[in-house]
Design a protein around this ligand. Structure first.
Ligand SMILES: [Zn+2]
Ligand SMILES: [Zn+2]
Length: 441
C-alpha cells in the first residue's frame, strides 16, 4: 500500500492538471449567477462536468440539486463533499445578472470549483485504489435564506417544504446514507489562509404583513389606518427588546421593509416586513422569536391595524465536529502553510451546513481569499488558486486521510460522534418552528 503522502502527491497532481478548468468553471458560474431554487444553468454546468468525468449524476433533486457517488467497492464511510449552487441578490455587484440582480457575493461559485477539485482527485485511479468507503458529491441549491415570498410560493405548490437546500436534501433522504459531510466557504477578513472550527448561529425567519385602511392622505387621514405607522412602532418595539438579549447568545435581529405603501397620496394600507432572529442556541432563538412577535403585534395594536405573522423554520445552530476539524487542520497546514491556518469562534451568520452538523460529523472551514463585504456589492474572490485549488486540496487530503487504510480514521470519527438529534426529531423541530398567526386585537 502506498503511503498517504504518495497518494496525496497523485491527488494534488490530478487537481493541478485541471486547475485552469476548475477555476474557469467557477468564474463561468460567477458570470451567470442564479439565486436559490432557480440555479438551472449553474446546475447544468455541474452536470456536464460530472458526465464528462464518467459519473452518472442524479439531477433535479430539490428542484436543481445534483448528486454523484464515487464508490470504491470496499466497505467504509460515505463522505459528502458539498458545493452550493445559489447566489445572493445584490444588483450593484459588478458581476450581478443584469435582469435579476443575482450575484455571487458569498463566493459559492468557488465552492463548486473546490468540490470538483476533490472529485477530480478521487477519480484518479491511483488515489481511488487506496480508499475504502465512498465519496458523494453534492451540488445543493439555496443556502442563502432569501426571497422568502418566492420560496413560500414553492412551498405551497409542493415543490419544496423547507427554504434551505440542505434541509430539503435531508427531508428527501439524500443524507440517509451519508456518514459525514464537509464544504468550504470563502470569506474576506484580510488575513489570507484557512479558518477552522468556527461556529454558526441558528436562525428563524419571519414575515409580517401589517394591514390598515387606505384613505386620502391629505384630506382624510382620520378615515385611514396607517400600516406604515404600525410597522414603524413595531420596529421601535423590536429595538426596545435588544437590551434583553444576552451577549453570550449572539442574538441578531435585522428586519427589512419589503413593501412600504402603494401611493404617496394614500394612507398606506399594506406594509410588509421580513426579518431573521439569529442566535447561537435554540432556546435563545425561540426567546427572541417570542419577543419579536410581541413587538410586531404591539405595532399593529398601537394604531388599530392588524398583523399577520408567518414564522418559518430557519437554520440550526452549528455543532461542527472537532475531531474531523483536527484532521482537516493537519492537512490545511500542509496546503496553506501552518502560519496561514487559524481558528475562529462563534459567528453571528447562519448556514444550513449547521443543520447537517446536528445529524452527522460535519466540518465547515473557510478560506480567506476575497475582499469587500460579504453579501455586499464589493465582495470579490481575489485569489482563485486559494479559493478553488488549495481549498480543494485541503478537503481532498481530509477525504483521503479519512478513507485510507481501510477507512480507519473515518471509522474513528464516526465512533466518537454523538448526533444532537435524529433525522425525525430534526424534521419535527423544523416543523415546530413554523406558525401562521393573525392579530386583530
Ligand atoms: Zn452567504
Ligand atoms: Zn454562503
Amino acid at each position: 500500500m502506498p503511503s498517504i503522502e504518495q497518494t496525496l502527491k497523485h491527488a494534488f497532481a490530478a487537481i493541478d492538471k485541471r486547475s485552469d478548468d476548475l477555476i474557469g468553471l467557477s468564474q463561468s458560474v460567477l458570470s451567470d449567477a442564479e439565486s436559490g431554487y432557480r440555479e438551472h444553468r449553474t446546475a447544468a454546468k455541474i452536470d456536464k462536468w460530472m458526465l464528462a468525468a464518467g459519473l452518472s449524476p442524479r439531477t433535479e433533486i430539490a428542484i436543481t440539486g445534483i448528486v454523484a457517488k464515487v464508490e470504491t467497492g470496499r466497505p467504509g464511510p460515505n463522505i459528502a463533499v458539498i458545493g452550493e449552487l445559489d447566489s445572493l441578490i445584490v444588483p450593484a455587484h459588478p458581476n450581478a445578472h443584469p435582469e435579476t440582480g443575482a450575484a455571487h457575493a458569498c463566493g459559492h461559485h468557488a465552492q463548486l470549483g473546490n468540490m470538483l477539485a476533490v472529485l477530480t482527485a478521487v477519480l484518479d485511479p491511483k488515489v481511488q485504489a487506496t480508499l475504502s468507503g465512498s465519496v458523494t458529491f453534492m451540488a445543493i441549491p439555496a443556502e442563502e435564506y432569501i426571497e422568502l415570498e418566492f420560496r413560500e410560493q414553492l412551498r405551497s405548490d409542493g415543490s419544496i417544504e423547507f427554504f434551505g437546500g440542505k434541509q430539503e436534501f435531508v427531508r428527501l433522504g439524500e443524507f440517509d446514507d451519508i456518514d459525514m459531510a464537509m464544504l468550504t466557504h470563502t470569506t474576506a477578513e484580510g488575513i489570507p489562509g484557512a479558518i477552522i472550527s468556527g461556529a454558526h448561529n441558528g436562525m428563524i425567519g419571519k414575515t409580517a404583513e401589517f394591514r390598515g385602511v387606505a384613505s386620502h392622505a391629505g384630506a382624510a387621514p382620520h378615515l385611514g389606518v396607517n400600516a406604515l405607522n404600525a410597522a414603524n412602532v413595531a420596529l421601535s418595539a423590536i429595538h426596545a427588546n435588544r437590551e434583553t438579549f444576552r451577549d453570550a447568545d449572539y442574538v441578531r435581529v435585522h428586519p427589512i421593509v419589503t413593501h412600504g405603501g402603494d401611493a404617496v397620496s394614500s394612507v398606506p394600507a399594506k406594509v410588509n416586513i421580513e426579518t431573521y432572529i439569529r442566535a447561537s442556541n435554540i432556546d435563545a432563538m425561540i426567546d427572541g422569536a417570542t419577543k419579536i412577535d410581541r413587538a410586531l403585534r404591539a405595532g399593529a395594536m398601537a394604531v388599530g391595524a392588524e398583523v399577520e405573522i408567518l414564522t418559518t423554520p430557519g437554520y440550526m445552530p452549528s455543532r461542527y465536529d472537532p475531531v474531523m476539524a483536527d484532521i482537516y487542520r493537519k492537512h490545511a497546514e500542509t496546503v496553506f502553510g501552518a502560519e496561514n491556518v487559524r481558528t475562529s469562534g462563534q459567528r453571528a451568520s447562519s448556514s444550513d451546513a449547521a443543520d447537517l452538523s446536528m445529524l452527522m460529523p460535519t466540518i465547515h472551514p473557510w478560506v480567506d481569499c476575497a475582499t469587500g463585504n460579504g453579501h455586499g456589492a464589493d465582495y470579490l474572490v481575489q485569489d482563485y488558486d486559494m479559493a478553488v485549488v488549495k481549498a480543494g486540496k485541503a478537503m481532498t487530503a481530509t477525504v483521503v486521510d479519512l478513507l485510507s487504510d481501510g477507512a480507519a480514521l473515518g471509522t474513528r470519527v464516526l465512533n466518537s460522534y454523538r448526533p444532537e438529534m435524529t433525522k425525525e426529531r430534526y424534521l419535527a423541530q423544523l416543523r415546530e418552528f413554523r406558525s401562521e398567526k393573525v392579530y386583530t386585537e
